[in-house]
Design a protein around this ligand. Sequence first.
Ligand code: CA
Length: 230
Amino acid sequence: MNSKRILIIEDEQPIREMICFALENAGFEIQEAADARQAQVMIAEALPDLILLDWMLPGLSGIDYARRLKKEDLTKEIPIIMLTARTQEEDKVQGLESGADDYVTKPFSPRELAARIKAVLRRGGPPAEDEILKANELLLDTASHRVSVAERLLEIGPTEYRLLEFFMSHPERVYSRGQLLDRVWGSNVYVEERTVDVHIRRLRKALEPHGHDALIQTVRGAGYRFSTRV
Ligand code: CA
């Protein structure tokens, strides 16, 4: 199992408990802090593998604390996921500029949070554990890069694979074409937004014979979402 250590910094106890419960069930080892000061004490004792940091904290704000963590040699490599109740695009940008590796907007599902944590852990630092992502009968094996439905392997191109892996580790969330370009193609690559549509079409086609193309949903005026709900 996974024994990655996650430090949760969140002042609202019910939210902290909910997260703890969900992440312990997902196999993580959890430490809790109610503010940045408590967190500093814990970090001095043992470095966590990832920090979940609430935006709105008493005392030093989450965003200022993220900046500080990313400046110090001891902590700058630790991935940070910001928890935010804000939905404004500019706040997200500010959050990522502070050095956070990802953000999750409240309210979020425990499953989604666990998937995001695994994705961030996989992205940075030493290789995280191999993982099998699942949605209905669709399986994606991150170790072998194989995708299958009901044990039948699918033919899938490299870009479609990356797109599908991103979607399956970020379910139930709408991503604009621009966001998908940043996250799947990389922000340094110049690709037109309609490229995303092309690869979405190919991905759906690969999934179609198995009836799983409906997992890739078009959200009008917003982008795309991976969802097992109709
Ligand atoms: Ca808070």
